[in-house]
Design a protein around this ligand. Structure first.
Ligand code: NAP
Length: 297
């Protein structure tokens, strides 16, 4: 069994991005600028946004964190959020921006995503980018799937002609990953099956996978009997489970029973340290791309 090391891979890519940015700023070009909108104080969102701001600094980017309060007593008006999106759409100094999800339930998430200029949609969630990705046109790819594809490439894991089974069909992981891996070309050309909660006899599919991607958010769901010998396992799951021994009071748990599944695999991602760090790096790659496009390079 070999470990797919997302931490080391993401560090290497961040160093490559930082070198590129240093070379560009030395030529007098403006550094990439990522803005993030954070509504409320969800614990997970605070952590993710802080990690994104830190990654910006590591890559030599400028970052802006824009906070809005929202409580049950004083909910943020959707119009206020839309007005801020419009401001960022028109700010020539901002190359790309994200609205950290999830949003409070009273806000229409799809309306917010649709309001983002697709040219600044570095999360790759806007229907224009989703559509372009599905027909193989240049676009901002959704960060987690892009990170998975990059991880496989950088570890020399062939996808051409392989049976890839993805468990989970969310708009941010399962569906866009399926779209990417089924394209023609390098790092794709896979035969993709997408499973979900209505799939019958799920293990019949997972046992046929050369590459199995678990993205369902159920800790230790994938057990050794669901995996064929020599398979590649990509564990996207990051569920917070209570852990009194940790300062935070929780630990991140993957969707795969790593201890028992790992001995059967050729490659496997750990949780944490697998897909997670790659997601942030993909956002950095998209922001650099947005900056290059904005500056006409
Ligand atoms: P999501 O929106 O909750 O979707 C979960 C998917 O799994 C759904 O398609 C659901 O099917 C399917 N599913 C649930 N239970 C199932 C079962 N028993 N059998 C088969 N399919 C089942 O999740 P998500 O946003 O894609 O996230 C999935 C996990 O990845 C979570 O743990 C999340 O925290 C993690 N994640 C990690 C990263 C990272 O950077 N590491 C990024 C994104 C997400 P239905 O569609 O039928 O309901």
């Amino acid at each position: 069994m070999n470990l797919i090391d997302g931490k080391a891979t993401s560090a290497a890519i961040k160093a490559e991005i930082a070198a590129k940015v240093a070379e560009r700023t030395a030529r007098g070009l403006r550094a990439p600028h990522l803005a993030a909108i954070l509504v409320g104080h969800d614990g997970g969102s605070e952590t993710y946004v802080a990690a994104k701001v830190k990654a910006c600094a590591e890559c030599g980017f400028t970052s802006s964190l824009i906070r809005f309060e929202s409580t049950d007593q004083e909910p943020l008006a959707q119009e206020t959020l839309l007005a801020e999106i419009e401001r960022l759409n028109n700010d020539p100094e901002v190359d790309g921006f994200i609205v950290q999800l999830p949003l409070p339930r009273h806000i229409d998430e799809q309306a917010i995503i649709a309001a983002i200029n697709p040219d600044k949609d570095v999360d790759g969630f806007h229907p224009v980018n989703v559509g372009r990705a599905s027909i193989g046109l240049p676009c901002f790819h959704s960060a987690t799937p892009a990170g998975i594809v990059e991880l496989l490439k950088r570890h020399g894991i062939e996808t051409k002609g392989k049976n890839v089974v993805i468990v989970g069909r969310s708009n941010i992981v399962g569906k866009p990953l399926a779209a990417m891996l089924m394209q023609k070309g390098k790092g794709a050309d896979a035969t993709v099956t997408v499973c979900h909660s209505a799939t019958e006899n799920l293990a019949d599919y997972t046992r046929r996978a050369d590459i199995l991607v678990a993205a369902l958010g159920r800790p230790h769901f994938v057990t050794e009997d669901m995996v064929k010998d020599g398979a590649v396992i990509v564990d996207v799951g990051t569920t917070r489970v209570p852990d009194a021994s940790r300062k935070s009071g929780f630990r991140l748990c993957g969707d795969v029973d790593f201890e028992h599944v790992a001995p059967k695999c050729s490659w496997i991602t750990p949780v944490p340290g697998g897909v997670g760090p790659m997601t942030i790096v993909s956002l950095m790659q998209n922001t650099l791309l947005a900056n290059e496009r904005a500056l006409g390079e």
